[in-house]
Write a protein that binds this ligand. Structure first.
Ligand code: ATP
Length: 244
């Protein structure tokens, strides 16, 4: 897993900004210990390690900054071959990039911190580029850039494109240390926006209409009785009729 390797490098003194890139993962993970399908020779797996100078409660917001960077990077890349596919790229809150309602990328952010000091943050990204099919369990929700367009892509160029987008959005994030400057653009990519969603809160699942995000990255859900703010953490969101 590129996250595990990046954490190891961080502990051994690597500088902020390290990028760990791999051709395959034998232990690729998603949130809550779930696995991330990571075959060799086809996809993108990489992790950015940062040693930022902000408080630990800023870290979860970086997942959304990266989601925006990946969505924009994929959109720009697809636009060269298929404007139609590019228009279908969006973000499923908080951290999945989808094309036409299926997941093409997952992002896993992990942090090592003391009470008020961040040792390091790793942001891991897996992008399905050239898969021609998926294992049965994830086939209904997963897709790849190849499956959406019939085209092949230069993986290094796509990493570079996302990296440039991240630098741009990260600079805007750092001006306020929150997402105030990015809410508008994030919401414009948000596939859940104005959709009825099921919030799979482990304590108490509920439904409502997703309205957009707050400057802290919470999802605003209108339940008709009240407005609830959902923080990313342990929560998944689904469409009422399917994945989105
Ligand atoms: P959600 O639960 O809403 O799908 P999540 O952010 O909680 O999103 P992650 O933890 O990021 O999901 O990803 C893990 C899940 O993604 C796995 O349980 C599996 O269903 C699915 N998955 C695993 N590998 C891939 C892949 N290569 N492409 C798309 N989906 C995948």
């Amino acid at each position: 897993s590129t996250n595990i390797r990046a954490k190891l490098e961080a502990e051994q003194g690597a500088k902020s900004g390290l990028l760990v890139v791999s051709d395959m993962q034998s232990a690729g993970r998603g949130r809550r210990g779930r696995s991330w399908e990571s075959p060799a020779g086809t996809n993108i797996y990489y992790t950015l390690m940062l040693k930022p100078d902000f408080s630990s409660d800023c870290a979860p917001m970086l997942t959304l900054v990266m989601a925006l960077a990946v969505a924009k990077g994929i959109r720009q890349t697809l636009r060269r071959d298929s404007a139609e596919a590019a228009a279908k790229v969006g973000i499923k809150w908080p951290n999945d990039i989808v094309v036409d309602g299926k997941k093409v990328c997952g992002i896993l952010t992990e942090m090592s911190a003391q009470m008020d000091y961040v040792n390091h943050i790793v942001i891991g990204i897996g992008i399905n580029v050239h898969n021609e099919s998926f294992p049965e369990e994830i086939a209904p929700v997963a897709t790849s850039l190849y499956m959406e367009t019939g085209e092949h892509f230069n993986r290094a160029a796509l990493i570079e494109e996302v990296w440039e987008q991240f630098e741009h959005y990260y600079a805007i994030f750092m001006e306020t240390e929150d997402l105030s400057g990015l809410v508008k653009e994030y919401d414009a990519h948000l596939v859940n926006r104005n959709q009825i969603v099921k919030v799979l809160d482990p304590k108490e699942p509920f439904e409502g209409k997703a309205m957009g995000i707050t400057p802290r990255g919470e999802l605003i859900v209108d339940t008709w009785e009240s407005r609830r703010l959902v923080s990313a953490g342990e929560v998944s969101v689904r469409g009422v009729y399917g994945y989105v």
